[in-house]
Structures are given as C-alpha cells and as structure tokens.
Design a protein around this ligand. Structure first.
Ligand code: URA
Ligand code: SF4
Length: 211
C-alpha cells in the first residue's frame, strides 16, 4: 500500500483537495465505500475537528458527521460554546470501513487500522497546511494518534492543551462521540466530552474564524 501521498496535489487549496480525494487509491478502502468523505467547513476556520472515519450515513450522504455521532457532537459543541458552522470538520481516514452483516444489508463499522491511518494522513496534513488552524480538536484515539503518535493516550491526556508536532497549532484530544453513544453511563460520558470541548474553546476564545 503506497499511501495517499501521490494523489494529494501539492500546495492545493481546500476545494482542489476535496475534488482530488475522489481519485485516491492510497489504500484499499476506496474499493467498497460509496465515496470519499472529505472535510467540510469555512476556509477561514481557525478550529479543525478531526474524527476517525466516516460512518454509514456519512458514506451514503458524502458529508462528515451527519449521522448519530454527528448529532451528538453538534449538541456538545453548542454546550461548549463552539459554533459548528465556523469549524472545519474532517476525519483521519476519508473512506468508510465496514464489514457486511452476515444476514441482512446492514454494514458494520470497522475501526481503521494503523496502516490505513498512515496511508490517509497526507490528506489530513494537506487540510491542515491550507487551513493553518490555531486549534485542532482530536476526537478519539485514531485521530489523536494520527497527529500525535501512537504513544498518545487519550484517557490520560484528554482535555489538555498540547502542541501539534511540526505545525504551529495547539491540539486538544477528547473521546469520540460514538464512544459516548456506546457508554454505560451516557450522561457522564457526554459531560466529559463537553468539558473537554470547553477546554478547547478556551484556547481560541471568540476567534473562530479569521477575517
Ligand atoms: N464518526 C467519525 O469519526 N466521523 C464521522 O464523520 C462520523 C462518525
Ligand atoms: Fe485514499 Fe484515505 Fe481513501 Fe485510503 S481511505 S483510499 S488513503 S482517501
């Protein structure tokens, strides 16, 4: 697997990247997915939120975080005082990974492996290079480890403001909204997510977009 590098147009702006991703063959995930789901949001966003991988709804609709996890994220962002319409939202991996249920048509979400995360990282780095955000919010271990390395432990470091390596931005990692939906104590898990997002919000204050 060669990775996405050769498919990423050098120096491209966000629209050019979003068009080019549909031709990516950097790993095998494009073969079974409906379409690539690229990041979305204003080009002058100062905050980038990174999830794991598009889910079933995202794969069908072609937009990030539009399914159940996205709905929960939207609520948590409102509570934390972050305006989603001013944020750029993307994923560590751009194609849906799933296995077909043994019976019926249901497609079961699969966690992307390290190989796929590394293969897809050039797209994420290109997004960061053109957007130049002040703050990157990392939802879950996949996103966090894509940018902060495999030694990064979300459980220990969540909510803390850290520096992003090699790029002039700060980062805050937290749990993935899907893990909140799966949690035994959803309310506590949700409050934890909101607290971490508030910590992220305090980094940027009111400046969610550049003039
Ligand atoms: N989960 C993610 O990580 N990203 C999405 O876009 C949707 C669900
Ligand atoms: Fe390319 Fe990423 Fe899709 Fe793999 S998941 S084909 S690297 S865009």
């Amino acid at each position: 697997m060669a990775g996405a590098e050769e498919y990423v147009p050098a120096g491209a702006g966000i629209e050019e990247l979003a068009a080019a991703v549909h031709d990516c063959r950097g790993c095998d995930l494009y073969k079974d997915a409906t379409q690539a789901v690229f990041g979305e949001g204003p080009a002058n966003a100062t905050v980038v939120i990174v999830g794991e991988v598009p889910g079933d709804q995202e794969d069908r609709q072609g937009h990030p975080f539009v399914g159940p996890a996205g709905k929960l994220l939207d609520r948590a962002l409102v509570e934390a005082g972050i305006d989603r319409t001013k944020v750029y939202v993307t994923n560590a991996v751009k194609h849906f990974k799933f296995k077909q249920a043994e019976r019926g048509k249901r497609r079961i979400h699969q966690k992307p492996g390290r190989t796929e995360v590394v293969a897809c990282r050039p797209w994420l780095l290109a997004e960061l290079d053109t957007l130049r955000p002040d703050l990157v919010v990392l939802l879950g271990a996949t996103a966090a480890q894509s940018l902060l390395g495999t030694g990064f432990k979300v459980t220990q470091e969540r909510g803390k403001v850290v520096e992003l390596p090699e790029r002039p931005a700060r980062a805050v990692a937290t749990v993935h909204p899907s893990s909140v939906l799966r949690s035994d104590d959803r309310e506590a898990a949700y409050q934890g997510l909101v607290e971490d997002l508030k910590s992220a919000a305090s980094v940027i204050g009111q400046r969610q977009t550049r003039r």
